[in-house]
Design a protein around this ligand. Structure first.
Ligand code: SAM
Length: 241
């Protein structure tokens, strides 16, 4: 069954009028017709089976029929990633959604590969990935912030897994062993890495947990995927030890 993220409230017999582009997708791409069923979720009310009440090329109205899955959310995990080039950043957002990040926070650092990001485009990618991956919420994409500001606002009690390629950090699983799950962050730098000054700033933060992702230097997108997977396996919902 097709899954669709909607913004309207979901309840029994709720009438959901889709946005034109969603109606177009269902009618013309997926060739759904009146009477067909699909799944709706909005990040709050769980996942609902819904029927196509009416559909035209540009409009569709759905009726929510029955709750298929009650609302759940994955771990309270932020991915904090330095702005890298557009294509890689889009990959990072898509993989962060699949790997259960609750938020993606974009950081501007001294060696950032870009100063701006199309947050609306990244949000759309997060929705598509959430629909595909079967999660019941969509990761929020927070607009770019300077690293110093982001760290200044970061709570000391929210551990921040700092992916530090400098080579002197303990292996990730060793660093995470024995720690509690709960609200965490994962920090990944830009293609040019963090500057020495940034490394001092990050390691000076009370929340920082430096980790190594192994003996090879990973590209930012690979590092984000590896770090999220390691965290989820050790402390999250990937079935830890
Ligand atoms: N400074 C790197 C170099 O010497 O080429 C470039 C940075 S790397 C392409 C991008 C980011 O991925 C790093 O800032 C770090 O956060 C993470 N990363 C890559 N490899 C890593 C490793 N082996 N251990 C920990 N973090 C790593």
């Amino acid at each position: 069954l097709i899954r669709l993220f909607v913004t309207q409230d979901l309840a029994a017999n709720a009438q959901i009028e889709l946005a034109p582009e969603q109606a177009h997708y269902l009618a013309n791409v997926m060739r759904l017709k009146a009477g067909d069923e699909l799944l709706l979720f909005n990040g709050q009310d769980g996942e609902w089976r819904a029927g196509m009440a009416q559909v035209t090329r540009r409009a569709a109205v759905l009726t929510a029929v029955a709750l298929a899955r009650p609302q759940t959310r994955g771990p309270d995990l932020d991915l904090v990633v330095a702005l890298v080039k557009r294509a890689r950043l889009e990959t990072i957002v898509e993989k962060a959604a699949e790997l259960g990040a609750r938020r993606v926070r974009l950081a501007i650092t001294e060696r950032t590969n870009a100063e701006r990001a199309r947050v609306d485009r990244l949000a759309a990618i997060a929705v598509e990935a959430a629909e595909q991956t079967g999660r019941l919420d969509v990761p929020a994409i927070e607009p770019p912030q300077k690293l110093a500001r982001l760290l200044a606002d970061w709570p000391a009690e929210r551990p921040l897994m700092f992916c530090d390629e400098a080579g002197d950090a303990p292996p990730a699983l060793a660093a995470l062993a024995g720690r509690g799950g709960g609200a965490w962050g994962v920090l990944v730098g830009p293609e040019g890495g963090f500057s020495a000054g940034e490394r001092v700033l990050i390691r000076g933060h009370a929340a920082t947990v430096p980790v190594s992702l192994g003996p090879r230097i990973l590209r930012a997108d690979t590092a984000a995927i590896a770090a999220l997977t390691l965290w989820q396996a050790a402390l999250g919902d990937l079935g830890g030890p």
